[in-house]
Design a protein around this ligand. Structure first.
Ligand code: FE
Ligand code: FE
Ligand code: ZN
Length: 276
C-alpha cells in the first residue's frame, strides 16, 4: 500500500480531516495538535475521534500523524519554556490516545547556547518523564536542518537522544526530505548512501515516517524552506526515488509542501502515478 497524505487544518475536527483526505486521494494526513505557535488546544470530542477511526478502517488509512507546535522546546535555556514543553507534550499525549496507535512528531528543540550535550540531556529527560509503557502512540523525533542551535541536524544527535530514552519502542524517527537535504545529506545524488549512513548511526528500524518535501535551498544551506514537489532543489526525480525506495516505500509519507487543498490533490495524484 502506498500511504500518502497532506498536512490538514484541524478546523472542523477529526472526521472532517479524514473526509478531506479521502476527497483529495490521500489515505493518511498530518495535523497540528494545537496552534503551531503554541497555546491551548480545543477539547477533544470522543465521538468525533471514534468516527475518524471508523473512516480510517473503511478507507484503509495508514497511521496519521499529530505534529507538536513549533514553540515546544524541551531544551530551552528558560525554565518557563521547558515547563511549557513538558505540559504541552503531556497534554498532547493524552489527546493522541483518542486515536490509538498513531504518531506524535516533534522538533527535538534548540539548545540556545547551552550546547548540544546539555540540550540532548534535557530532551531525553522530558521523554523519559512522559513516555510510559501503556502509551499506544509512537513519539517521533523529526530530522532537522541544524539551523541556529537546533538539535537533530545530524543523525548522530538523534541517535544520542534515542540512546538515552529508556522506552525505546515508544520512540522513532520521522525523516524530513527537505530538512536532511538542508542539513547537508545528499539524498539527490546518493539516497542509498544516506540510508546506509542512517542505518549505521541510528538504525533503520527506528525510521517510521517520511515528511516528503522539496526544498527551496541548496544542500547544506540549513534554511528549512519547503518547496512544492518537483519545484525545488531536490526535484521530481529524486523524490520519485524516495517514494519507491525499497526501504522507504513501506512507510507513510506526509506532504508539508506550500499548498492549499487543490495543490495537495495534484501532488498526491502525481506521486501515485510515479509510484511503481
Ligand atoms: Fe516538523
Ligand atoms: Fe517536517
Ligand atoms: Zn521544515
Amino acid at each position: 500500500m502506498f500511504c500518502i497524505g497532506p498536512h490538514l487544518s484541524t478546523t472542523g475536527g477529526f472526521l472532517k480531516m479524514g473526509q478531506t483526505a479521502v476527497e483529495i486521494g490521500a489515505n493518511t494526513f498530518q495535523y497540528f495538535t494545537r496552534n503551531p505557535r503554541g497555546g491551548r488546544a480545543k477539547a477533544i470530542d470522543p465521538a468525533d475521534a471514534a468516527a475518524l477511526i471508523a473512516l480510517m478502517e473503511e478507507e484503509q488509512f495508514g497511521p496519521v500523524m499529530a505534529h507538536a507546535p513549533y514553540t515546544l522546546n524541551p531544551c530551552s535555556d528558560k525554565p518557563s519554556v521547558r515547563e511549557f514543553a513538558m505540559q504541552t507534550m503531556a497534554d498532547d499525549l493524552v489527546r493522541t490516545e483518542y486515536l490509538p496507535g498513531n504518531f506524535y512528531n516533534f522538533h527535538p528543540g534548540s539548545h540556545v547556547g547551552q550546547g548540544i550535550e546539555a540540550g540532548i540531556t534535557l530532551i531525553a529527560k522530558q521523554l523519559n518523564t512522559l513516555l510510559t509503557s501503556d502509551l499506544t502512540t509512537t513519539v517521533l523525533l523529526e530530522t532537522m536542518t541544524g539551523k541556529g542551535s537546533e538539535i537533530g541536524g545530524s543523525f548522530e544527535e538523534l541517535r544520542e537522544i534515542c540512546d538515552r530514552v529508556s522506552l525505546a519502542d515508544k520512540l522513532g524517527i520521522c525523516l524530513d526530505t527537505c530538512h536532511i537535504h538542508d542539513a547537508g545529506y545528499d539524498i539527490v545524488g546518493d539516497l542509498d548512501g544516506v540510508l546506509t549512513e542512517f542505518d549505521r548511526v541510528i538504525g533503520l528500524e527506528r525510521l517510521q515516517a517520511i515528511h516528503l518535501n522539496d526544498s527551496k535551498n541548496l544542500r547544506g544551506a540549513k534554511k528549512d524552506r519547503h518547496a512544492v514537489i518537483g519545484g525545488g532543489e531536490l526535484g521530481l526525480a529524486a523524490l520519485t526515488r524516495v517514494i519507491n525506495h525499497p526501504v522507504l516505500r513501506v512507510l507513510p509519507f506526509f506532504l508539508e509542501t506550500p499548498n492549499e487543498l487543490p495543490g495537495y490533490a495534484e501532488e498526491i495524484r502525481l506521486l501515485r502515478q510515479l509510484r511503481v
